[in-house]
Design a protein around this ligand. Structure first.
Ligand code: GUN
Length: 296
């Protein structure tokens, strides 16, 4: 059997089109333009690529994009002062500080200085606590994208066994909370889990976010399971540079019922969900109803 491919690229295009429709209505009916501020400190090449893509897609859906590129030696005080200004700016509905920050800056301190209502990454301690206690929050973009794809493919998730491999604050832990919120039976596994393959074979939903190229092979997959591959790893193969996930696609695709490819799976959903979160933040800030289907 060969699994159905879950096309994240096409799904993300649909989400962006939906966001663009809401943005057009906000402008026409309320004179509002959702605004996203992205802060980049330093010149990390991968971060520059991400920030460029975010800015471009923000403008494409009709939102305002505010980019703040600061030198690597920026002081914590200067960065915190910028965040305070963005918190107070009524044209800014979402704030994202690109991670990783240079090592002299305390990421926790910086992230927790963002107004939680504008924290479109969902990394502020208050949003983390709200998600964990089932209160309305901003939800981290990558897990939100995974949840949207799972709901779209499987319908109701209640009662399914979900295994999340990876325990990061950005993906693994919020992913587990979201699946629990949809009434899955959730296991968080990781690189130190005993007999990881057997644990994974119990999963109807298997989310791989462990950061190890092609670690999850077909013998980790229950026949018919839905496999979501969050990994993005650059490897050298046959003298060529190649992007691969945390799942060994070639073997897993033979066993799974459905699977996300890399590239073209989870990746494109992250920015689409960032735009969805910015729209949600703008609606909440103005006391307007939230768009349906674009939040957890
Ligand atoms: N760096 C890599 N991924 C992310 C993300 O989702 N948000 C932020 N702020 N930084 C990142």
């Amino acid at each position: 059997m060969t699994a159905v491919l879950i096309d994240g690229k096409a799904f993300a295009a649909r989400v962006r089109a939906e966001v663009a429709g809401h943005v057009a209505r906000l402008k026409a009916d309320h004179g509002l333009t959702p605004g996203l501020a992205v802060v980049l400190v330093g010149e990390d090449p991968a971060s520059q690529v991400y920030v460029g893509a975010k800015g471009k897609q923000t403008v494409e859906v009709g939102m305002a994009s505010f980019e703040h590129k600061l030198p690597a030696e920026t002081s914590e005080a200067d960065l915190l002062a910028l965040i305070r200004r963005l918190n107070d700016d009524p044209e800014v509905h979402g704030i994202l500080v690109q991670l990783p920050l240079p090592s002299h800056l305390n990421s926790d301190l910086v992230i927790n200085a963002i107004d939680p209502a504008k924290d479109v990454d969902g990394f502020h301690i208050s949003n983390v606590g709200r998600l964990g206690t089932g209160q309305k929050s901003m939800v981290p973009c990558t897990p939100l994208g995974c949840l949207m794809m799972l709901r779209d493919h499987l319908g109701k998730l209640a009662g399914l066994n979900a295994v999340v491999v990876g325990r990061s604050n950005i993906v693994g832990k919020p992913m587990a909370q979201l699946l629990l919120g949809d009434s899955c039976t959730v296991t968080i596994a990781h690189s130190r889990t005993k007999d990881l393959a057997a644990v994974c074979r119990g999963a109807d939903i298997l989310v791989a976010a462990v950061g190890r190229p092609e670690m999850i092979t077909g013998d980790y997959v229950k026949p018919g399971a839905t496999v979501i591959d969050v990994g993005i790893n650059r490897i050298q193969r046959d003298g060529k540079s190649k992007l691969v996930g945390d799942v060994d696609f070639a073997s897993a695709v033979q066993v799974a019922g459905a699977i996300t490819p890399v590239p073209g799976g989870v990746g494109p959903m992250t920015i689409a969900c960032l735009l969805a979160n910015t729209l949600t933040a703008c609606c909440r800030a103005n006391g307007l109803p939230e768009p349906q289907g674009l939040t957890a």
